[in-house]
Design a protein around this ligand. Structure first.
Ligand code: PRP
Length: 212
């Protein structure tokens, strides 16, 4: 039997995803241990699971190095890869927002020309383009909330989950761009070649979700 390969996003989502996989009968104990190992085999089930950098998950799935991926909708939109989005897991719920310093809100919302710092240049560019605004996008790789505070940008486009990071840095949400959550994505060839096995997994996950 060919291994069915899963790419999971490292970080916040990983634990919740593993919990879900365990519920459908895929043990993940070894992955939960503190290890530098990246790939895990379950010979009995014919399953291979690896942990990848979040933004790389859609790349592995598009190229067929993974049949199935679990990753946030933010990454799916930003990476814009040729994959099937099969299921909303409802995990890791958060929002993509335009945020900034409260005292600049009015100016930012009225302005037709802005500098915007973000880890998500495509999402930010598309959003301001649709609003007919000129946005100079400054790509950052983390701690994006710093940008308006130190004068790098007028505002940021970033994920807001609990709102704690914004609050502790004196920022607020100006506008919501879209809601986000974790999704299951599938390679376009795998869905044909491994249809039965993949659909069996999807249905098992769906059933668990519906129990809640
Ligand atoms: C994300 C996001 C925000 C924060 C939001 O960053 O970019 O900074 O989480 O979460 P909250 O609303 O619950 O505070 P992450 O923790 O991934 O780290 P990063 O800033 O290094 O990207």
């Amino acid at each position: 039997m060919r291994y069915l390969t899963f790419a999971l996003a490292k970080g916040r989502l990983a634990d919740q995803t593993m919990e879900l996989l365990e519920k459908i009968g895929m043990p993940c104990e070894e992955m939960k241990e503190k290890t530098r190992k990246l790939i895990f085999l379950n010979e009995e089930l014919g399953v291979k699971i690896f942990l990848a950098k979040t933004s790389d998950v859609p790349t592995y799935v598009e190229h067929g190095a993974a049949d199935i991926g679990v990753v946030g909708k933010d990454t799916i939109i930003e990476e814009n890869r040729n994959v099937y989005e099969m299921l909303d897991l409802g995990l890791g719920k958060c929002r993509m927002c335009v945020c900034g310093l409260p005292e600049t809100k009015e100016k930012v919302l009225k302005s037709h020309s802005l500098t915007v710092a973000t880890k998500y240049p495509k999402i930010a560019r598309d959003y301001f383009y649709k609003k007919h605004k000129t946005a100079e996008i400054i790509k950052l790789n983390g701690s994006v909330e710093l940008a308006p505070i130190v004068g790098l940008s007028d505002c940021i486009v970033d994920i807001v989950e609990s709102g704690k990071t914004l609050k502790e840095n004196g920022l607020e949400v100006f506008e919501e761009i879209c809601p986000l959550s974790a999704r299951v994505i599938v390679n376009r060839v795998s869905i044909k070649m491994e249809h039965e096995r993949i659909m069996d997994i999807i249905e098992k996950i769906r059933a668990i979700k519906e129990e809640k």
